[in-house]
Design a protein around this ligand. Sequence first.
Ligand SMILES: C[S@@+](CC[C@H](N)C(=O)[O-])C[C@H]1O[C@@H](n2cnc3c(N)ncnc32)[C@H](O)[C@@H]1O
Length: 241
Amino acid sequence: MELSINSSRQNLASPEKETIRGFFEGIASRYDWINNFLSFRLDELWRREAVRLILGETGKDESILDLGVGTGKFLKEFVQTRSWQMVVGADFAGEMLGRARRQLPPSCMLVQADIHDLPFEDGAFDLVVSSFTLRSVKDIPHFFGEVRRVLRPRGRVAFLCLTRPTRLIARMVYAPYLKFYLPLAGGLLSREPEAYRFLSESIQTFIEPREIADELQRSGLKSPSIFPFTFGISTLILAHK
Ligand SMILES: C[S@@+](CC[C@H](N)C(=O)[O-])C[C@H]1O[C@@H](n2cnc3c(N)ncnc32)[C@H](O)[C@@H]1O
C-alpha cells in the first residue's frame, strides 16, 4: 500500500508545543528506563493489555498509525503481535524518533510531524492509536478532527492515557505519588525537572476519560468505550468512525 505525505501540513510553529517538544528531545535517551522505574513497569503491562483489547476486537485492520510514537514501544507491540501492510509512527521529537528507528523494523515508516496537523491523506488508516500523548495535545477538538479525517470509514481509534483513579482510597494513595514523588524522582533521574513537572501537572489537570469520550463523539467518532487499568491510573479509550 502506498502512502503519500503532504508536506505542506507540517507545522511546528507554536511556542508552547516547542516547549513540550524540547522536554521530549531532552529526556529521549533516558525516557524508557525512567518510565519503567517510575511506573514500576506498569507502563509495559498497560501497553500490552491495550494491544490485546484493541486487536481482540477485530482481525481485519491492515494499516496502523501511532501518534506520538515516542521510542516506539506501543507500536512495537502491534508489530510483534501480527503482520500489517502499512505501519506508520509520527512524532515531533527527532530524538524520540531516532530511538524508535532502532527498535522498529525498517518497514515501519517514521514521520517527524506535529500531530495537530497530520501530513496524511483522508481515510489512509484502518487504526489510529496513541499512548500517553493526549495530555500534550493543545487543541483536542481539532486533533480529534484530524484523527477522524485520516481514518477510513468504520476505522478505529484507541487512546491509552495516564488518568486519575476514581475511588477515594486509590486517589488518596496516588495523590502524593503524583504531586511529589513523580516530579522529584523524574526530575532527578532525567536531569530535566521541568519535563517531569509537566508530566505531574498535566496528569493532575487533564480531563476525565468520560470527557475524552464525549469529545470524541462531538468530533464524529462513535461508540466510545472506556477501559480503566490499575484503579484508573491508566485508561484505554476506544471508538470508531
Ligand atoms: C509521553 S510520550 C509517549 C511516547 C510513547 N507513545 C509511549 O508509549 O511511550 C509522548 C510523545 O508524544 C510526542 N508529542 C507530544 N506532543 C506532540 C505533538 N504535538 N506532535 C507530535 N508529537 C508529539 C512527544 O515527542 C513524545 O514522544
